[in-house]
Ligand binder design. Structure first.
Ligand code: NDP
Length: 305
């Protein structure tokens, strides 16, 4: 059997072209008016540094001006108020994890929810939980974007998510429920994880545990989306044992090259949508639609066996 490859690099480059075009329309060719994305980083976390760097690169690639601020959290807290009030700053992202989780929480809570383009604030998490999404965590949006771009049906499907974090597992669950999936969320207290994952028609792995999902844990018709980013001696791997699982499922996103490249594009899409609303007085203040229409990747037929 040959699994269809849900290629995030392909999707990200489609999204990049679309966003670049939209930013050009917004700025009318004047780079001085480009919307700005503030990226705040504190502490020495490698994961946060990598996320900040990938956002910075992605922002430049679509004509958005990144403003990278790295400092101790106290200084960042003071900076945040200025960023909230600055009309040129269209979006603010705090690259997680921060060295001190409690201070990280304070910093995130200080973001103006109207500029929270990575859906990190409790206000935006609340809107999402109510089924009225405003800004949504970008990785969760990337999961939906990749499923929709590859025409994976969601309504009526049984989806199983491994992981219940505020950044990935929970928001993915809310977005899938909103699209009509029947959703089961698993975690470390789940009894018999394999029994749950085998029933999944859509399986989203977001555990941060390298190779957790093995071939005997999946259904042959399953579509697998792997959000894991795990550094092991051999390099970066996902939460799914790709080499052994890919031959026995219908579709799978790889790591690297799956959700990873799509995530920064989701931050930027939310930022561009917000800047477009601000530039158009007739629609400003309207409920934010953060799940735009995906380019169809139907023509893309790559597969793995
Ligand atoms: P967290 O550590 O916050 O959450 C992990 C979740 O997985 C927890 O709910 C945990 O359960 C569950 N879990 C862990 N191990 C097991 C297990 N053996 N069996 C069942 N459940 C398990 O991680 P994040 O949600 O922040 O990230 C998850 C993964 O996604 C990581 O690899 C991270 O690097 C990656 N990531 C990728 C992004 C991207 O852009 N592609 C962005 C953000 C994260 P419990 O709650 O019971 O502890």
């Amino acid at each position: 059997m040959t699994a269809r490859l849900l290629d995030g690099r392909d999707l990200a480059s489609h999204l990049r072209r679309e966003l670049l075009h939209r930013v050009e329309r917004l700025t009318n060719g004047d780079p001085d008016t480009a919307p700005r994305l503030a990226i705040l980083r504190s502490g020495l976390s490698d994961a946060a540094a990598l996320y900040a760097a990938s956002l910075e690169r992605a922002a430049r690639s679509v004509g958005v001006e990144p403003l990278l601020l790295a400092d101790e959290t106290d200084a960042l807290l003071r900076l945040m108020d200025g960023l909230n009030e600055d009309p040129r700053i269209a979006g603010i992202v705090v690259a997680q994890p921060l060295g001190d989780p409690e201070r990280g929480r304070q910093l995130v809570e200080r973001i103006d929810p109207g500029k929270d383009v990575d859906g990190a604030t409790p206000t935006n998490a609340g809107w999402l939980a109510r089924g009225e999404p405003a800004f949504v965590p970008a990785t969760a949006l990337a999961v939906i974007a990749i499923l929709e771009a590859y025409d994976v049906p969601i309504a009526g499907r049984r989806a199983v998510i491994v992981g219940r974090s505020a950044v990935v597992g929970r928001p993915v669950a809310s977005l899938l429920v909103a699209r009509g999936a029947t959703v089961i969320v698993c975690h470390r207290a789940t009894r018999n994880l394999a029994r749950e994952t085998r029933r999944a028609e859509i399986l989203v792995a977001a555990a941060g545990s390298p190779g957790l999902i093995r071939p005997e844990m999946v259904n042959r018709s399953a579509v697998i989306v792997d959000c894991g980013i795990n550094a092991v001696p051999a390099g970066i791997v996902g939460d799914v044992q790709f080499a052994t699982v890919a031959p026995v499922v219908s579709a799978i996103s790889p790591v690297p090259g799956g959700i990873g490249p799509v995530t920064p594009m989701m931050v930027l899409r939310q930022l561009v949508e917000s800047a477009e609303r601000a530039a158009s007085p007739r629609t400003s203040g309207a409920i934010i639609s953060s799940t735009g229409t995906e380019p169809s990747m139907n023509a893309s037929r790559s597969s793995v066996s």
